[in-house]
Structure formats: C-alpha cells, structure tokens
Design a protein around this ligand. Structure first.
Ligand code: HEC
Ligand code: HEC
Ligand code: HEC
Ligand code: HEC
Ligand code: HEC
Ligand code: HEC
Length: 503
C-alpha cells in the first residue's frame, strides 16, 4: 500500500474546498436573484408599475405612479387576528381605474371595500386563505396544511354572516347568503338538525358547521377539490353519493340553490369576534336566542315538522324511509287524540323511531310553543260526514282478551305494524311513549274507524266480514299488552289545555 506524500493531499483538499465554496456562492447568488427578480409578488409589482405608467395621463395618475414602490405590503388587524399580504399582489384593489385589467390588479367588485375599509378588515376575514403567503398557490392554500383555504368567489358571501344577519345584507351584497338562509327554513333542515339548541336529532347540530376542516369529512366520494365547501356542495346535491346510506333526504335543489344553501351553512361559525365588528341586528339576534321570538304554530310546524310530516293532512308513504308518515293534522287523529296525548308525544317523541323529542331537553321547544303547534294541528278542517266521534257506550275494556286479540293482530295488522307491534311501514305500537300516552278509547277508535286520509283502515263492520266491537276490545287488550304489560296511561297535561279542545 502506497501513501501519497503529505503535500499532495493538501493540494487535492484545497481544490475540493474551492469547488465546494464556489458552488455554495453560486447557489446563494441564484437564490438572491430569484428573490429579487423571480419572486411572484415582485413580478406582479413590476407589471403593476407598467399599468400605472400607462394610466398616468393626469396629475393624480402621475403622482400614484411616482409613489409606487416595489415592496412587501401587509395589513395587520389584531382584533380580527388578521395579517394579510394579499395586497402585495392585489395592488389595484381600491383603484377604480383598474376595472378593465385582469387579476391580481383588478379593482374590488361592488361596495364591499367602501363600507369595510381595508385597514380595518383586511381580506381573509371575508375570503379565508393564508394571509401571510406571498405566493398565490400558498395564499389559496387548497393543497397546503391550512384549515381554511381561499373560498370560491361564489361562496364568499358566507363570511357576511360572521358580522351580519342574512336579512340585513339581502340586497346589499349578501343576496346569496340571504337566499340560503331562506332555503334552510323552507327545506325543513331543522327537522333533523339543531341550531341554537332547537331542532330534530337525526343529524348533527350545525351551529359550527362552517368551521369544519377537511380532515373531519369523508372525502372519498367527492369529485371536485377535496375541500369542505366542495363537500357541502356535492352533499346537498346528492347526500347518498357523498355519504353512502345517508338518512338525509335529498333536498332537491337547483345548482343556484345548492350554492346559496352552502353559502349559508358555511356562515354558521359562532366565531367570537369583537362586539365593535358585529352589527346591531346580529347582536340582537344572539341575545334573543335565550328568548326566542314568537313564531306562530304554523311557522313552528313548517320549520320543525314539515320535512317528515309534509302538510300533515294525509298519510304519506315515504319511499326513502320505506314508511308511512303519520297524518298528524289528519281529520281522524285530530278527532281521536286529546291534547295530553299530542303534547306528550311531541315533547318526548317516539324513542327508537325517527320521531324525535321536541321538549326543552330534546328539540328545544318550550311548552308554550308545543301548545301553539297543537292548536295548529287541530286547526285543520274536520270532515263532518264521517262518524268518527261515535263511541259505543257499553264497551268494557277491562274484559278484553289479549290472546284472542293477538290472533286477530297476526291476521290483520302484522303486515303494517310488524310482529309484536314493533313498527314496520306503520307506527310502532309497542313504543313506550305511545303506550303511556294513548288511552283505550283512542286505540279503539283508531282500529274501529281507521284514519281518514291515511293508510290505517277502518276495521269495524260487524256482520259484514269486518270486526265486531268484542273483537276490537280484544285487540285493544292485545295492543295494551305490548308495552310493559298493561302500562297505564301516565302522561299529564302540561300547560293546562292550550287548545281548548275537550279530551
Ligand atoms: C403572489 C401574488 C398573490 C397573492 C399574495 C394573493 N393573490 Fe389573489 N390572485 C393572484 C392572481 C395572479 C390571481 C389571478 C389568478 C387566476 O386568474 O387564475 C388572483 C386571484 C384572486 C382571486 C380571484 C379568484 C377567482 O376565482 O377568480 C381572489 C378572490 C383572490 N385572488 C384573493 C386573494 C386573497 C384573499 C389573498 C390573500 C390571502 C390573495 N389573493 C393573495 C395573485 C395573488
Ligand atoms: C367584506 C368582505 C370582503 C372583504 C373585506 C374583501 N372582499 Fe374581496 N370579495 C368579497 C365578495 C363577497 C366577493 C365576490 C363578489 C361577487 O360575487 O361579485 C369578492 C370578490 C373579490 C375578488 C374577485 C374579483 C373578480 O371579479 O374577479 C377579488 C380578487 C377579491 N375579492 C380580493 C380581495 C382582496 C385582495 C381583499 C383585501 C384587500 C378583499 N377582497 C377584501 C368580499 C370581501
Ligand atoms: C368582520 C365583520 C364584518 C364582515 C365579515 C362583514 N361586515 Fe359588513 N359591516 C361590518 C361593520 C362593523 C359595518 C359598519 C361599518 C362602519 O363601522 O362604518 C359594516 C357595514 C356594512 C354595510 C353598510 C351598512 C350601512 O348601514 O351602511 C353593508 C351593506 C355591509 N356591511 C354588508 C356586508 C356584506 C355583504 C358582507 C359580506 C360580503 C359583510 N358586510 C361582511 C362588519 C362586517
Ligand atoms: C330527515 C332528516 C334530515 C333532514 C331533513 C336534513 N338532514 Fe342533513 N343530515 C341528516 C343525517 C342523518 C346526516 C348524517 C349523514 C350524512 O352526512 O349524510 C346529515 C348530514 C348533514 C350535514 C353534514 C354534517 C357533517 O358535518 O357531517 C350537513 C351540513 C347537513 N346535513 C345539512 C342539512 C341541510 C342544510 C338540510 C336542509 C336542506 C338538511 N341537512 C336536512 C339528516 C337530515
Ligand atoms: C295498511 C297498513 C295498516 C294496517 C293493515 C293496519 N294499520 Fe294501523 N296504522 C297504519 C298507519 C299508516 C297508521 C298511522 C296513521 C296516520 O298516518 O295517522 C296506523 C295507526 C294505528 C294506530 C295508532 C298508532 C299511533 O301511533 O297513533 C293503532 C293503534 C293501529 N294503527 C292499530 C292497528 C291494528 C290493531 C290493526 C289491525 C287490526 C292495524 N292497525 C292495521 C297502517 C295500518
Ligand atoms: C325526522 C322525521 C320527523 C320529524 C321531523 C317529526 N316527526 Fe313526528 N313522527 C315521525 C314518525 C316516523 C312518526 C311515527 C313513529 C313511529 O314510526 O312509530 C311520527 C309520529 C308523530 C306523532 C304521533 C302520530 C300518531 O299517529 O300517533 C305525532 C303527534 C308527531 N309525530 C308530531 C310531530 C310534530 C308536532 C313534529 C314537529 C315538531 C314532528 N312530529 C316532527 C317523524 C317525524
């Protein structure tokens, strides 16, 4: 083995050292050059100098050109947690002369920046995106680890809802938000979702839905960009496509309506912004939450019940749920059921079925509101030509034979009500709330005379192939036995008798 002389090693190291340091210097110089001449924002600022020069035709134009410097610009609004460098590229945002140029130089559309001065609001409070970024892809932040990427332009009105009520900005730059809020009401979203503690329970509460981030949503079936706004758009267009087997009914919206509803749902954030930024109308609305405004029985019905019960005046077979939805404003139910029954069923719902509870601890409705809903249910006109109130005086329910009744039930009723009355296409008769609220007379009348305008047939037709009173009494005994054996009726009336209807 030969060892090279020591002076030769020294020489080789020197050459390598030279090569490495020259390489490092070159890399540094390239980075500096890229920052100086290649960086996106400088590139746009230089382009903007040319635009300003072309428009410098008067005194004002010349002074704007003269004042233009190539430098990083940023807006800091500590109260809103905003540090936005968007204006490093969006240089003409407040210059009305920049209407015909293309982005990022274009003047801002509408009155938005006139009523919301840039120094006080910045950009990301309305647009989202990564404020501190100086590269557009990072500002947009769709493919970066950033919770709230730039909103698509057509959903940007969702932000108005952080500080304003939807009706307040209707016709003032927030039309899409306002129409989304109306759709939420009309389409019965409250039937299954709560806002401010009021609503059904099949779906989640949506108070902070606008703050969801993409990791919280199943993105596998989303065709467009994997963002929360896109998830919502595609979910509203077809819930079952995005969430296999979703119980959420397709709301049947046009493309425009889908965007409006998404805009509104994105606005639901409950952000804790300084009071000085929140409009008086929104402040009032937030304060009113503990003391909800007086909605009429009809308004309450439309908001909370109509998605499932529809108009309520006829029984409806719901294909999506493979079930008859009870006609809760139907002539028969309204005639047979007293207010105790109705109030208790509305307050507690029918646990284990789709019918949610609506009382204070469940759906958030007050007893007074439940009373107004009952008045509304009973306001449907009753046909007079049907003897639905007739009730043979001689019936003795204590002598019904549940065994006999069970045979009849298996023959005539199981197909709709399920074995043991567990519920099938028709309501569950073994349900605890039904059992503790329905009295025997109510059950008798329902079986004897059926429900007009609903799928429940009338079975009383003695001597002509129908059931006799004795057979119906046996059936009542059987139905009674389905709960906790002979459960007595325990429900009590709430606020007196809100409807004036005599039980
Ligand atoms: C590095 C320069 C740069 C920065 C920084 C930047 N933008 Fe832009 N922005 C652009 C360019 C370029 C376009 C035009 C892109 C296009 O048309 O594809 C644009 C377009 C937009 C659009 C219109 C998008 C559309 O769909 O029409 C919005 C809104 C926008 N920017 C908002 C912002 C906000 C908010 C910020 C700060 C968080 C920001 N930009 C930061 C360069 C920038
Ligand atoms: C008060 C809320 C609000 C603020 C603050 C705001 N914008 Fe907008 N901006 C909007 C809305 C809403 C739209 C969509 C307008 C429409 O639908 O016509 C929009 C549209 C835009 C567009 C698209 C223009 C076009 O027609 O292509 C750009 C770019 C933009 N904003 C940039 C900014 C920048 C940069 C800032 C900060 C300097 C900013 N915005 C601040 C609400 C806001
Ligand atoms: C961060 C809170 C905030 C956001 C987001 C916001 N605004 Fe405002 N808005 C205000 C405040 C505060 C004022 C009152 C401005 C002032 O102090 O002069 C205002 C004023 C207005 C006005 C003028 C009202 C009047 O009586 O003159 C309109 C219209 C308006 N906003 C519409 C919108 C629309 C549309 C959006 C959504 C694109 C929006 N705002 C987003 C806080 C906000
Ligand atoms: C019949 C009950 C029902 C109705 C009516 C209903 N939803 Fe849903 N919704 C659900 C159920 C169940 C889910 C959970 C399954 C899913 O994500 O599809 C859900 C999921 C959602 C989600 C996703 C929540 C999340 O973060 O995962 C949103 C947002 C939503 N619904 C909004 C609405 C809106 C807006 C309406 C009114 C057009 C509406 N829903 C009507 C039952 C309903
Ligand atoms: C064709 C299907 C069908 C058959 C058969 C049927 N029912 Fe019904 N039943 C219904 C429907 C649907 C309702 C809910 C009616 C409504 O829409 O208001 C109902 C309601 C009832 C109710 C009241 C339940 C409540 O929640 O208020 C009782 C009790 C009842 N049926 C008993 C019977 C008995 C006993 C038989 C057999 C003799 C029977 N039903 C046969 C469909 C049926
Ligand atoms: C998510 C769907 C859904 C919503 C929303 C809903 N219901 Fe129901 N409701 C049902 C179903 C399903 C039944 C039948 C229960 C069963 O299958 O056993 C029912 C049963 C009832 C009954 C008993 C009817 C009978 O035949 O005895 C009453 C009363 C009732 N609902 C009132 C209401 C009221 C009032 C509201 C609004 C505050 C409401 N429901 C909202 C699905 C719903």
């Amino acid at each position: 083995m030969t060892i090279p002389p020591i002076n030769q090693i020294d020489h080789r190291i020197k050459i390598w050292l030279l090569i490495v340091s020259l390489g490092a210097l070159a890399a540094l110089a390239a980075a500096a050059l890229r920052e100086e001449f290649g960086s996106e924002w400088r590139h746009y600022q230089r382009q903007y100098t040319d635009i300003l020069a072309a428009k410098a035709t008067d005194e004002q134009g010349r002074s704007l050109l003269k004042a233009h410097e190539i430098k990083l610009r940023q807006i800091v609004v500590p109260e809103l947690g905003v540090t936005d460098r968007c204006v490093s590229c969006h240089l003409g945002i407040d210059d009305p002369r920049m209407a015909a140029v293309s982005n990022p130089f274009k003047v801002h559309p509408g009155e938005y920046l006139r009523v919301h001065p840039v120094e006080r609001f910045g950009c990301t409070i309305c647009h989202r995106g990564q404020g501190a970024a100086v590269v557009f892809a990072e500002a947009k932040a769709e493919d970066y680890h950033w919770d709230y990427p730039l909103l698509p332009i057509e959903l940007t009105q969702s932000s108005c809802g952080l500080c304003h009520t939807p009706p307040e900005v209707d016709g003032a730059g927030g039309d899409r938000l306002a129409s989304g809020a109306r759709l939420f009401e009309i389409k019965g979203c409250y039937s299954c979702h709560k806002l401010a503690g009021r609503g059904g329970s099949m779906g989640l509460a949506l108070d902070r839905e606008g703050l969801k981030v993409k990791g919280q949503m199943p993105m596998a079936n989303v065709a467009g960009p994997h963002t929360v706004p896109e998830w919502l758009m595609e979910h509203f267009a077809d819930p079952q496509k995005i969430v296999a087997g979703s119980q959420m009914r397709n709301p049947g919206l046009s493309y425009d309506e889908t965007r409006a509803l998404t805009t509104y749902v994105l606005s639901l954030q409950e952000r804790d912004l300084p009071r000085s930024y929140i409009s008086p109308a929104l402040n009032a609305l937030l304060a009113e939450r503990n003391n909800p405004s007086e909605l009429s029985g009809e308004q309450l019905y439309n908001r909370f019940c109509s998605n499932c019960h529809d108009r309520g005046t006829y029984g409806r077979f719901d294909k999506a749920y493979n079930k008859f939805m009870p006609a809760i404003r139907g002539a028969s139910l309204v005639a047979y059921a007293d207010s105790i029954f109705l109030a208790a069923n509305i307050r507690s719902g029918r646990p284990g079925t789709m019918m949610p509870g609506w009382g204070i601890g469940a759906g958030g409705l007050s007893e007074a509101e439940i009373g107004r809903i009952i008045s509304y249910l009973k306001s449907a006109p009753l046909p007079t030509d049907v003897p639905i109130r007739e009730m043979p005086a001689s019936l003795d329910f204590s002598h019904g034979n549940p065994l006999q009744g069970g045979h009849t039930f298996a023959r005539l009723c199981v197909g709709c009500h399920g074995p043991g009355g567990i519920g099938n296409y028709a309501p569950a008769l073994s349900n605890k709330i039904f059992q503790t609220t329905a009295d025997s007379a109510f059950i008798y009348r329902t079986i004897a005379y059926g429900r007009i305008d609903a799928a429940m047939p009338a079975f009383r037709n003695p001597g002509r192939g129908g059931l006799s009173d004795a057979q119906i009494v046996d059936l009542v005994a059987y139905v009674r036995s389905l709960g906790a054996r002979g459960t007595p009726r325990t429900a009590v009336a709430s606020t007196g008798n809100p409807t004036g209807h005599k039980p």
